[in-house]
Design a protein around this ligand. Sequence first.
Ligand SMILES: O=C(O)CCC(=O)C(=O)O
Ligand SMILES: [Fe+2]
Length: 235
Amino acid sequence: MQASPALERAAELVALAVNARLQSGGAAMLPLEAADRQAWRPNCAVANCYASGAVGMAAHSDRMTALGPCPIIASLSLGATRCFRLHRTQRVDLWEGAGGTGSGSPHDTAVAAGADVVRVDLQLAHNQLLVMWPPTQETWKHEVTKTSKPFTLHKRSGATRFNLTFRRMKPGWEHRVPTCRCGRPAVMKAHVPKQPIQQQQPTRQLRYYYACESDGRTKASCGFFVDVPHVATLA
Ligand SMILES: O=C(O)CCC(=O)C(=O)O
Ligand SMILES: [Fe+2]
């Protein structure tokens, strides 16, 4: 679908902010593809509308199937202020400055608060840009919590919050997606260890696999599973 001129302009401004951080060296130790280090350009956006505090988004990590491993995802909040909650699923061994202070990276917040932090709540206000630097999708889940408590309304949208996440589909990744035994395109996920977070040794390498996307309604899955021959090594 063709982006509107306003969305194109928003994408440009978001890319400027992300590239300023990349070029200042703030993301030097993050697992980023060479192309992303030179200049990050989003080529798609996902829009969400939260009409009231009764509408949220359940904990998830964003699909990497078409984005490839270690994507940068830049999330622009518009309208009412809502809580964005991150849950850590995997400990990683990253240099403490990775991502740069104030980037919105949960690693920064977790490092500042102590290595065992497993949950971070951020109040995302109108016009705020949160950058989910890699490996956020591999090592954290995120959600927009529902709330029945008062929250900061916006002068024009009231209780409604809009969110735009800017992403870059990496050429090649969507073409290598295998078909599972149900005949559907498989989804790419990161391996996450099963032990509780406090008992985990920090991970230095991230591994991926393709799996059957179980049917959302029946949860039926053919059990298809194949390792992806791509390893992201952390600094
Ligand atoms: O609304 C938000 O801040 C998050 C949206 C989100 O996680 C998504 O679109 O995948
Ligand atoms: Fe998401």
